[in-house]
Design a protein around this ligand. Structure first.
Ligand SMILES: Nc1ncnc2c1ncn2[C@@H]1O[C@H](COP(=O)(O)OP(=O)(O)OP(=O)(O)O)[C@@H](O)[C@H]1O
Length: 640
């Protein structure tokens, strides 16, 4: 006899979700079974977790398993588990609102994707939509559940997935667990045939750690692959397990299977995915390894087992050295976990080092996908040198932006007597190569690393030194250190005439004039030893951050917008034709107004290159005035 029947409307967001699911053209509908089996497995994990910590449960002797029944005549597929079950309150909360991760994320991603006009069907496959995906194939679903708490009555939940559902409390007695009856739509009755179902289980759910039974047969593998000895596992099995774990359709780039006895006993099976699937640029909090204690799942995506910069790793860790009843809240302070983390970190770094050495192409593929997160490793001081050894950069010796070098290779090419590794930051290869600070390095044939990501410079600053070579921003290089190196740039333009004594004196006064005009905007105006093609550049006072770093610090400084420009010295290239012209103009009339505009413009052009010019209006006006004047003169010279 049924009691307390209730008819309820789904919340709006669920209606939206159901609408997307049922109307989507998604062809790979079989993943609904993956979702339901994974829910059943979660429910069994939760039950095992409760019993292992001594909680009293209903029907303690029931085997922990999932059973499937396919009724080909009635087109009904039934999935049963002996897991934790749901009470009436829970079933309404869990299946009637959208408080759970999968579907919520799905909706967010859908919203974003539809803005970008992408095909959404791929998201269904990759993220899973949880329970509701069943309505891709069902016209009616009946969920009957008995909670593991003996004082709860069984409950039945029925819905056609259109807009509402019914719940009723049952008076009969039922064994613990959840049964889901799936009444298939006419078009999808194939999902009530035994062979089809077996095939789907093998494809998507083979590594579920509880038996999935059809009749007498256990359809899935059940064994915990990570506990098998390494030599007995084939790469195909690893690949299959990886796909099961991540929903990735491609095999992993690298597999790492380790068994450790000291200082802690644990086994880990980890993978580096071929692609960084954080395609939505979400917060990087979806990382971590699944933690098992003696095959019992304690926590999915545990973050205490892995430093964040190795967060691209996917996989499982299983240890003997923790009590089964450990509380998840205290994992973070647990000494065993800390030891596992430190061992795993070393093992992953070793694996990367090995890969970099034995298969540079593979390492380059790793770098392309995962370096963004890996570079956060500059905070891991304990492994600073190993981290630095794994860094890769584009450099001035390369022909294109896609080539990479390590710091060690840079050093192997360094000039005799060179003690520093130089780098320049910029948005692109072109931008770096136009940076005036690069000119002296080009002239002397000294290699410079090109840094394109904001984090690169943080990483190199933190590393500080590699194999006794100091890491130095090119603009902060002490030019005295470069004096010993001869010029190598052969395709010099014709040598510039030496300045006459008189002109040198005029230049001295011109520099003072520049200083007067620019006032407090610069610390000084001086002659440059570093420029060959640019007329001027700005230089940070010794020991300060590079301009690039200063800009980043202003961005991350948060709060108030800081528009102040840190004072810098302006350096002038005495050999530049523009400067030579200015000397002549200044020599003729020290107060020529044209000079003032030119000097301001030189300063602001340098600011622009350093990325500091925040308001271009004044500058554009001035350029237009200068253009107007010069076009007038040009017209006269050309006699047009
Ligand atoms: N077989 C089941 N036994 C017990 N509870 C279940 C079962 N199936 C679903 N639930 C409950 O319903 C909730 C919602 O399930 P749903 O599949 O929609 O999302 P989810 O599993 O939480 O998220 P995700 O799909 O990201 O894993 C689950 O979190 C769980 O609490």
């Amino acid at each position: 006899m049924a009691a307390a029947q209730e008819h309820c409307e789904f919340k709006t967001e669920i209606k939206k979700l159901l609408d997307i699911i049922t109307n989507s053209l998604y062809t790979n509908r079989e993943i609904f079974l993956r979702e339901l089996v994974s829910n059943a497995s979660d429910a069994l994990d939760k039950l095992r977790f409760e019993t292992s910590r001594g909680t009293e449960v209903k029907d303690p002797d029931l085997p922990l398993e999932i059973t499937l029944e396919a009724d080909d005549n009635k087109h009904v597929l039934t999935l049963k588990d002996t897991g934790i079950g749901m009470s009436r309150d829970e079933i309404v909360r869990f299946l009637g609102t959208i408080a759970h991760s999968g579907s919520e994320q799905f909706l967010e991603n859908m919203a974003r994707e539809s803005k970008e006009n992408k095909d959404a069907s791929d998201i269904i496959g990759r993220f899973g939509v949880g329970f509701y995906s069943v309505f891709m194939v069902a016209h009616k679903v009946v969920v009957t559940s008995q909670s593991y708490r003996s004082d709860e009555k069984p409950v039945r939940w029925t819905s056609d997935g259109l807009g509402s559902y019914d719940v009723e409390t049952l008076d009969e007695s039922l064994p613990r667990g959840t049964t889901i009856e799936i009444h298939l739509k006419e078009d999808h009755k194939e999902y009530a045939t035994e062979n089809r179902i077996k095939h789907i289980i093998k494809t998507h759910s083979n590594f579920i750690s509880f038996p999935i039974k059809m009749g007498e047969e256990t359809v899935n593998q059940v064994t915990a692959l990570w506990r098998e000895p390494k030599f007995s596992v084939k790469q195909e099995q690893y690949d299959e397990f990886y796909k099961f774990l991540t929903y990735d359709s491609e095999p992993p780039l690298e597999t790492l299977h380790i068994s450790v006895d000291a200082p802690v006993q644990f086994k880990a099976l980890m993978f580096i995915p071929k692609k960084d699937y954080d395609i939505f640029n979400q917060e990087r909090d979806k990382y971590g390894l699944d933690l098992y204690v003696r095959r019992v799942l304690i926590q999915k995506e545990n973050k205490d087992l892995l430093p964040q910069y190795l967060g691209f790793m996917k996989g499982v860790v299983d240890t003997e050295d923790l009590p089964l009843n450990i509380s998840r809240e205290t994992l973070q302070e647990n000494r065993v976990i800390a030891k596992i983390k430190s061992t795993i970190t070393k093992q992953i770094l070793s694996a990367l080092e090995k890969m970099a050495k034995s298969d540079p192409d593979k390492y380059a593929a790793f770098w392309k996908e995962h370096s963004k997160i890996f570079k956060i490793g500059y905070m891991d001081f304990a492994h600073k040198d190993r981290f630095a050894g794994l860094l890769r950069f584009n450099s001035s010796i390369h022909e294109s932006k896609d080539e990479l070098t390590s710091l060690a290779d840079y050093i192997s090419r360094a000039k005799e007597g060179q003690k520093e590794i130089y780098y320049i930051s910029g948005q692109s290869r072109e931008a770096v190569e136009l940076n005036p600070h690069f000119e002296i390095f080009r002239k002397k044939g000294i290699e410079v690393l090109y840094l394109y990501e904001p984090i690169d410079e943080f990483a190199l600053e933190a590393v500080g030194e590699f194999e006794k070579f100091k890491l130095k921003a090119a603009e902060n290089a002490d030019l005295k250190n470069l004096d010993d190196f001869a010029d190598t740039d052969k395709d010099e333009k014709k040598p510039v005439e030496e300045l006459s004594k008189d002109d040198s004196k005029i230049l001295d006064r011109l520099l003072k004039k520049m200083q007067d005009i620019l006032g407090e905007k610069v610390t000084e105006v001086r002659l440059s030893d570093r420029l060959t093609t640019s007329p001027a550049c700005l230089v940070s006072p010794d020991g300060t951050m590079s301009s690039h770093m200063q800009k980043i610090m202003r961005l991350v400084g948060g709060g108030a917008k800081d528009d102040t420009i840190p004072p810098k010295a302006m350096e002038i290239n005495a050999d530049h034709p523009l400067v030579r012209n200015l000397i002549a103009i200044f020599g003729a009339d020290e107060n020529d107004l044209y000079l003032g505009a030119c000097i301001e413009q030189l300063y602001e052009s340098s600011l622009l290159l350093e990325g500091y010019l925040s308001d271009p209006h004044k500058m554009v006006n001035r350029i237009n005035e200068l253009l107007e004047q010069s076009s007038g003169w040009y017209k006269e010279v050309k006699k047009v």
